[in-house]
Design a protein around this ligand. Structure first.
Ligand SMILES: [Zn+2]
Length: 95
């Protein structure tokens, strides 16, 4: 009694109780949940932490939030900026 685990889930790596997360990727030595956002689902303007430019409504992009920080710390990135995040330098980047 009480066994409610379902072992038929085909997901290779269960992400736990995080609705919407598609995968886990690394940023600055931390693990982040990542989810793609289609243009149709984007209704607001966000600021991309990768390039410090706007992510405009209707633009396909992705949202990432730290595994240990939670959804409240989610950020919206241009897809290309997220892929290039490892080349980002916290300091020393010249304009
Ligand atoms: Zn960007």
């Amino acid at each position: 009694m009480g066994r409610r685990f379902r072992r038929s889930d085909p997901a290779p790596r269960p992400l736990g109780p995080v609705p919407g997360a598609e995968r886990v990727e690394e940023l600055d030595g931390e693990e982040w949940y990542v989810r793609s956002v289609t243009g149709a689902g984007a209704a607001k303007t966000y600021r991309c932490p990768g390039c410090d430019h706007q992510v405009v409504p209707g633009a396909p992009h992705l949202v990432a939030w730290p595994v240990h920080g939670g959804l409240a710390e989610r950020r919206h990135w241009h897809s290309a900026c997220w892929r290039a995040r490892s080349r980002r330098r916290p300091s020393g980047r010249r304009p």
